[in-house]
Write a protein that binds this ligand. Structure first.
Ligand code: TRP
Ligand code: ZN
Length: 469
């Protein structure tokens, strides 16, 4: 479910014309083999993350089967990907970090494959026609290793714990546990079949697809997320968990899970998640998914991630502020998803502003007061040097993207008034429900609804390396 990148298609056509090599002639031999223009690109086209995601196809559904043993930390997996080719494909890539691939098939026929870095290149026995659906099945296994490389991102991806795994994959860590098109511009639905030793609980996105079944000392859990989801929001968090299940007052299925170490937070997590989901539904519009809730694991990440339908809290007692933040992401980030990482303020600025709105709603500190306190920070505060409208690939989650991003929304609220501002939030969420968004689209909508020229405001708040007046 990726957008059409017409420019890229035109460029591909131009290159094929320049290369002067008709598609059905065998490639010339010799030292200067032209790149096969029928090979899917190794990146999806995000200039800040050139090898993330892949070109030439668009995934509609992932079917993940995973068997994981906490004592050995070994994962056995079969991933079946349903995709549509967006061009003729003699080969295409998937993203996969580490692990050993045993077998790949395309539409049921064995395919050859090669590995290079985090790219798995698949060569089907026959080229796939453009505009055609196809299925690729990858059988793999090994000891998953989380990503640790990125400057300010810490450890993320599939993180083994003593009783299971803590799985938080933003921005590109889902390739540490299954082969996929690892970029938010390609969303898809997911089915999970997760087998673990009996006594271990498997928590993935969406809702249970049938009761767990146990045999031979192993339990298999099935989960289904039937709304489109970015790969970084996929989770299969495993371990010993206490559960509380029910419905919010407005009737949305609610599941809270806590590691026994955090048993004391289970009820608060359950209650706050329900209340906040229902409140955001009145402010942002109808909840986009079929269930809500959250998971507290004992891995001391010190952070949380907005995993679709099941935010994950790493090693602390989640309070209302962070729950409000992660649940606001279900609208801003998860239902409305960025096409490129530089627009990350559309996720984090909105979720941070939601924290202030929650505080205001509870009769505590107002959004205006948060805004003022931050605005008073001295001119040499690092936040003013970092324009949040262009998140930097080596410092993606800089505080500016959160705080100055949130301040941008408050400055906008003051400029267009409460009535238009809150209509804008709902209209934004409704118009792009389950879709993709860019900053330009948000600015356009704000101008359309307010009838004001807001270029100066957005430019000062999002794009200038100095404190706005
Ligand atoms: N999006 C998360 C938040 O704002 C922060 C985050 C970024 C994160 N990358 C992560 C959390 C990786 C866990 C793992 O709450
Ligand atoms: Zn966030």
């Amino acid at each position: 479910m990726r957008f059409d990148r017409r420019g890229v298609a035109m460029l591909a056509t131009l290159i094929s014309v320049l290369a002067c090599s008709p598609a059905d002639e065998p490639p010339p031999t010799g030292h200067h083999l032209p790149a096969d223009h029928r090979a899917g690109a190794p990146g999806i086209g995000d200039p800040d993350f050139p090898t993330d995601g892949n070109g030439g196809y668009d995934v509609s559904h992932y079917d993940l089967a995973i068997d994981y043993t906490p004592t050995t930390k070994r994962l056995e997996g079969v991933t079946t990907i349903h995709a549509g080719a967006t061009q003729e494909l003699t080969s295409f890539n998937l993203d996969l970090a580490g692990l050993t691939v045993r077998e790949v098939s395309v539409d049921g026929s064995p395919a050859t494959f090669t590995r290079q870095g985090d790219e798995l290149t698949v060569r089907p026995p026959q080229a796939i026609d453009g505009n055609t659906p196809f299925t690729v099945k990858v059988t793999y296994s090994g000891l998953p290793k989380p990503a640790t490389n990125n400057a300010n991102l810490g450890t993320y991806g599939f993180i083994p714990t003593s009783d299971g795994a803590f799985v938080a994959s933003e921005p590109n860590g889902s390739k540490t546990w299954f082969p996929n098109n690892d970029h938010p511009s390609d969303k898809a639905t997911f089915d999970f079949t997760i087998t673990v030793p009996a006594g271990v609980t498997a928590l993935a996105n969406g809702e249970p697809a049938g009761q767990p079944t146990t045999s031979g000392g192993k339990t298999t859990y099935r989960w289904r997320e039937r709304h489109p989801m970015a790969t970084y929001l996929a989770t299969a968090t495993l371990g010993k968990f206490e559960l509380r299940q029910g419905n919010t007052a407005a009737g949305i299925a609610n599941l809270a899970a806590a590691d026994p170490k955090f048993k004391a937070s289970l009820n608060d997590l359950y209650t706050a998640s329900a209340e906040i989901t229902d409140y955001w539904s009145t402010v942002f519009g109808p909840y986009p998914f079929s269930s809500t809730g959250g998971v507290v694991d004992d891995y001391s990440a010190g952070y949380a991630l907005e995993n679709q339908t099941k935010p994950l809290y790493g090693g602390f007692d989640p309070g209302e502020t962070i729950i409000a933040h992660e649940l606001a992401h279900q609208w801003f980030g998860n239902s409305l998803t960025i096409r490129r990482w530089k627009d990350l303020w559309l996720n984090e600025g909105f979720a941070t502003y939601a924290e202030w709105l929650w505080s205001e709603h509870k009769g505590k500190k107002t959004a205006e007061s948060f805004f003022r306190d931050f605005h008073q920070r001295p001119a040499d505060d690092p936040m003013w040097k970092y324009p949040p409208g262009r998140a930097k690939p080596d410092d993606l989650f800089n505080q500016s993207v959160y705080t100055r991003g949130g301040m941008t929304l408050h400055a906008l609220r003051k400029a267009i008034g409460d009535a238009t501002f809150f209509t804008l939030l709902k209209t934004w969420a409704a118009e792009h429900r389950y879709g993709h968004v860019t900053t330009e689209q948000f600015v356009d909508l704000a101008e359309r609804l307010s009838g004001k020229d807001l270029n100066g405001l957005f430019d000062a708040w999002l794009f200038q390396p100095r404190r706005p007046a």
